[in-house]
Ligand binder design. Structure first.
Ligand SMILES: NC(=O)c1ccc[n+]([C@@H]2O[C@H](COP(=O)([O-])OP(=O)(O)OC[C@H]3O[C@@H](n4cnc5c(N)ncnc54)[C@H](OP(=O)(O)O)[C@@H]3O)[C@@H](O)[C@H]2O)c1
Length: 281
């Protein structure tokens, strides 16, 4: 049985679907998970990861776990508490959703230092581990959903700076492979999309999916910061602005790892936009 934390998230949702479609027994975990959030027949449990002890019954009889690195919601957790409970339940394999920023922004308190300490705990867990280090998610474009729906506009800073945004469905597929198959233990995969795309190009791609133009509005860094601070902690906002404004060569590199693991190229941003167009109608 495979436990998926963050099961209602951008990665967790397609991961649960991929595992269930492959015939695996899955337990989907998040605070608000419900029947509506998982495929029919998938077991789910509402658990707050801030209380690792409440995971004890969930891990009973589990072989593997997919674990968030912390993220905005899970940030203050001790991964050690979760790993201890998982091991006690018999879990032998852990796949961690970490971030490329652990390597590319080592001095950042949110991306580098916090992420590194969680990765270290996983490496020292005694379980078979695989670390996933994605760059920016295509799904961050959901932040434009309301203005695109109501005004057909999308505002962002650094309109012509490209990054290889990754479709969370590809991260979910790689996670499913690492959870189900042998041969991924001790690997850290860097996960990116197949090409650089700029905010201006992404707004255009959503317009193409809608069949109506979306007007791009270039923000200043200060305007973007003020907006992002409404839903993200300050250190996360600053590092995110650094990455999208002045990416390092490593952050703009197209990684071969998705194709290496899955045998197909990563999905494009345009494909993500078509699949998720309902959010922008
Ligand atoms: N977004 C990016 O560009 C990016 C890039 C690289 C790495 N990452 C990493 O990817 C991860 C997911 O990112 P995201 O922002 O896209 O997440 P997300 O999709 O919003 O998913 C967050 C998930 O965590 C669950 N969750 C939150 N707090 C929880 C708690 N206290 N206890 C149990 N479950 C909890 C949420 O469900 P409930 O609300 O139902 O609990 C949800 O299922 C993060 O760890 C982030 O560091 C993101």
């Amino acid at each position: 049985m495979i436990v998926v934390t963050g099961a209602t998230g951008n990665v967790g949702r397609p991961l649960v679907q991929a595992l269930a479609a492959a015939g695996e027994q899955v337990t989907a975990v998040s605070r608000g998970v419900s029947d509506a959030a998982v495929p029919e027949g998938v077991r789910h449990r509402q658990v707050d990861l801030a209380s690792p002890e409440s995971l004890r019954p969930v891990f009973d009889g589990a072989d593997a776990v997919f674990l968030h690195d912390g993220g905005a919601g899970v940030h203050l957790l001790s991964p050690q508490g979760i790993l201890d409970v998982a091991k006690a339940g018999g879990v032998r394999r852990v796949v961690l959703l970490s971030s490329q920023g652990v390597v590319t922004r080592p001095q950042s308190p949110s991306h580098g230092r916090m992420g590194r300490s969680i990765e270290d705990a996983i490496r020292q867990s005694g379980m078979d581990w695989t670390i996933l280090r994605p760059g920016g998610f295509a799904s961050n474009a959901f932040a434009w959903a309301e203005t695109i729906r109501t005004r057909r506009t999308a505002a962002a800073p650094f309109g012509d700076t490209g990054l290889p945004w990754i479709d969370p469905a590809d991260i979910g597929e790689v996670a499913a492979a690492a959870l189900r198959e042998d041969g991924h233990a001790g690997q850290a995969y860097e996960l990116t999309g197949p090409a650089l795309s700029t905010p201006r190009q992404r707004a255009e791609a959503i317009g193409d999916a809608l069949g109506e133009p979306v007007r791009f509005i270039e923000q200043t860094r200060d305007e973007a910061r003020a907006q992002m601070l409404q839903f993200m902690p300050e250190p996360v906002v600053e590092t995110t602005l650094d990455i999208i404004g002045e990416p390092t060569p490593a952050e703009q590199r197209i990684s071969p790892d998705v194709e290496r693991v899955l045998g197909h190229t990563p999905r494009t941003f345009a494909e993500w936009a078509v699949r998720n167009v309902a959010a922008f109608r």
